[in-house]
Design a binder for this molecule. Structure first.
Ligand code: GLC
Length: 729
């Protein structure tokens, strides 16, 4: 290879609108894909195609002068997949998603994304799994296995600690080694070791002053020397600033690629600032990747994946991840034939997923009403809402010249305010009310407090008016949350009879919700993050950018904008002063009451946990078994969580394992088995820069949620176990 060819291979071929050495390659291989690498025909090296995103492949649904369409399946968002606590489900969704990558001619899916839900208002939490690293890592590994079973690659992202959107391009995460290792790297470590993702995407941000894409400690010492990772690392799009540091760090591929980067590579090699040996290491790894791809193998992709079969997978997966938060007076499942009034604009404008690169171009979205087609619906009310929604959309059409709107999506439609009479009429004419609350968010911007985390006055008033009207007639109300992230619930959850957290369920959302409401599917999802009583209870709240307004440049490419005179707190830098106290680790250890706890979710049936046994020792690992029995009247699945508590008892509980039963008929039972090793009980020791399992008494706690522990087993670690690490940040 010539030097010029090597430089070409280290960068992508650009991005439309942002210039690039050979922009055309991005467009004509798979239009709408996020980027491609450079072909070197002389050496038989093809360009490979990288496409977003975590909820399905994101490519242009139509092409000029082509009658065929290229819609992809919009699968449930990652948070909803995680809420199933079922790695097998995540793997099956991955298999279907990966098949669309293969059949549409792409090679790498830029997913899954597993940054931690450090704060409820991170704009991209919908793309991520949890506030806990174990469930994040296990679900990521399952998704990677599924996607890569098609012979295509993944890119787990964003490595690491990209936990806010505000000024992500330059935000410096100031963090201690223990929370970094135990919370923000742990999920990636599990995924790398359990699924070997072909690629990893470094994040935009810095960690303790160094861009992650420029950090050799992170990308070579941790990833390759400690974790034995053998894939490639690519930047996030336009991430980082110094290509010499990036190449030396082991960030193999600079995406999407700009002409300036190629010039800089050649110039620095010539000036001896960039070692050709570094270049060769990265080029070799990129070539090894290309050899694995369908493109190199000349796979004859069909452009016709089985979208119908995948829609069925999306529907089943979404239903299994939905979470029943409240169900009093046997409100759910619905009585067959119940006449329903559907309140809330989101009942008529269902949200399938988030915005930005995590969005998908799907052919349709099943609305709630379409899903409820089996039930008589109050027509008069529906007409009122449909007129309002259609009229509003007519008046607020997306403006093709408003790039911010194109990127962020339109602001949410305000709730329709009904008269007391209209609500009373509906209450008289129907058996039950559904009130849907919707939210959306996405890349480039964090969520807001008022009208986003907190309900608007109109939403609060709607829930109050509808519950009052229906309860006065002895009828019931169900609230459905069609949201992508945590919202405030404590102030209103006492009013409705039932609450179903539907999340953003992808294109089949309306069907999945109906499958749960009708009892066709028994809800079995559980929370993978906490719903706090209030934002002020969130430990990281003082160190998170609340309600900030950024310039376009700062949203799109803060790393290319001039740094301000005085760096701004929670923007140019963010102190992770909460340390380990993220989510339930904080609320449980510091005894803070919450609205809905981590791991919580109701069912239409009940389960008993019997014959809990533990055997083994710290040398060979502890074996924990439990018989889970369906003691109710309906079929259902149960998630069992295993928490550890260590001799330090701080944090008080930490998820160490989990499992889900198959669907159990009433009276049926299944034995779940867990293997907990001494390494699973280790904590990161700052002084020794090592994983340390101290000798002493530990507890293994079996829970239906983090707050509902049904059995506890004490185990003894006899000898200290120490695993030294190399990198220190
Ligand atoms: C974006 C996102 C990343 C995505 C990439 C390509 O900025 O941060 O998740 O895969 O660019 O679209």
């Amino acid at each position: 290879m010539t030097l010029d060819e090597k430089a070409d291979l280290l960068i992508g071929t650009g991005m439309p609108g942002f210039g690039g050495p050979a922009v055309g390659q991005t467009q004509n291989l798979v239009p709408g894909a996020a980027g491609t690498t450079k072909a070197i025909p002389r050496l038989g090296i093809p360009a490979i195609v990288l496409a977003d995103g975590p909820a399905g492949i994101r490519i242009s649904p139509t092409r000029p002068n082509d009658t065929q369409t290229y819609y992809a399946t919009a699968f449930p968002i990652a948070t909803l997949i995680a809420s199933s606590w079922n790695p097998e489900l995540a793997e099956n969704v991955g298999k279907a998603m990966g098949n669309e990558v293969l059949e549409y001619g792409a090679d790498i899916l830029l997913a899954p994304a597993l940054n931690l839900h450090r704060h409820p208002l991170n704009g991209r939490n919908f793309e991520y799994y949890s506030e806990d690293p174990v469930i994040s890592g296990k679900m990521t590994a399952a998704a990677v296995r599924g996607i890569q079973s098609n012979g295509v690659g993944t890119s787990i992202k964003h490595f690491a600690a990209n936990n806010q959107e505000s000024l992500r391009g330059r935000n410096d995460v100031i963090i201690k080694n223990r929370p970094l290792r135990e919370l923000y790297l742990k999920g990636f470590e599990i995924a790398v070791k359990e699924s070997s993702p072909w690629t990893i995407m470094s994040s935009y941000n810095k960690i303790n002053g160094t861009y992650t894409s420029e950090s050799r400690d992170l990308l070579t010492t941790v990833l390759r020397d400690e974790w034995k990772y053998n894939g490639i690392v690519m930047t996030d799009w336009f991430g980082g600033t110094d290509i010499v540091k990036q190449v030396h760090a082991g960030n193999d591929l600079l995406m999407p690629g700009t002409p300036q980067q190629k010039e800089a590579i050649l110039k620095n090699i010539k000036e001896g600032k960039l070692a050709i040996s570094d270049v060769d290491v990265n080029v070799k790894r990129i070539l090894e990747l290309i050899l694995k791809t369908p493109k190199f193998k000349k796979y004859p992709f069909s452009n016709k994946p089985d979208l119908k079969a995948h829609a069925a997978i999306a529907r089943q997966a979404a239903a299994e991840g939905m979470i029943l938060l409240k169900n009093e007076r046997q409100t759910l499942p619905l009585n067959p034939g119940a006449k329903i009034a559907a309140f809330g604009v989101t009942s008529y404008d269902f949200v399938a997923g988030g915005t930005g690169s995590g969005d998908v171009y799907e052919a349709y979205v099943v609305s709630l009403l379409e899903g409820l087609a089996g039930y008589p619906i109050d027509d008069k009310l529906s007409r009122r809402y449909k007129e309002y929604v259609t009229g509003y959309k007519e008046k607020h059409k997306p403006d093709p010249n408003n790039i911010l709107e194109l990127i962020l999506g339109k602001p949410r439609m305000p709730e329709l305010v009904l008269s007391e009479k209209e609500v009373a009429e509906a209450a008289a004419a129907t058996d039950l009310a559904i009130v849907t609350i919707g939210r959306n968010s996405g890349e480039f911007e964090d969520r807001k407090t008022k009208g986003d985390f907190y309900l608007t006055d109109e939403e609060q008033n709607l829930i109050s008016a509808v519950t009052q009207a229906y309860h006065s007639q002895g009828k019931k109300v169900v609230v459905i949350l069609n949201i992508g992230g945590v919202i405030e619930t404590a102030s209103w959850k006492s009013k409705p009879d039932a609450i179903l957290l539907a999340w953003q369920a992808g294109q089949e959302g309306g069907h999945s919700v109906a499958d749960i409401l009708s009892g066709h599917v028994t809800p079995s999802g559980k929370l993978t993050m906490t719903f706090p009583n209030d934002l002020s209870d969130v430990a990281s709240n003082v160190n998170f950018p609340l309600d900030v307004k950024l310039s376009f440049q700062e949203m799109m490419g803060a790393n290319m904008a001039p740094a301000p005179e005085v760096p701004r707190r929670n923007l140019d830098f963010t102190h992770y002063d909460e340390n380990l106290y993220v989510g339930y680790r904080d609320y449980v250890t510091h005894k803070k009451p919450v609205s809905f706890p981590f791991g919580f979710g109701l069912s239409y049936t009940t389960f008993s946990y019997e014959n809990v046994k533990v055997s083994g020792n710290s040398q060979n690992g502890f074996n924990l078994t439990v018989n889970v029995k369906n003691t109710g009247k309906r079929k259902g699945k149960e998630i069992v969580q295993v928490y550890r508590s260590t001799p330090d008892n701080d944090p008080q509980k930490e998820l160490v394992a989990f499992a889900k039963t198959r669907e159990l008929a009433p009276g049926e039972q299944e034995t779940l088995r867990f293997k907990i090793t001494a390494e699973d009980l280790a904590s990161f020791n700052e002084a020794g820069n090592c994983w340390l399992t101290k000798p002493g008494a530990y507890k293994l706690l079996l829970g239906k949620s983090v707050d509902e522990i049904v059995a506890s087993q004490s185990v003894e670690v006899k000898n200290k176990l120490e695993k030294p690490l190399i990198a220190r940040f």
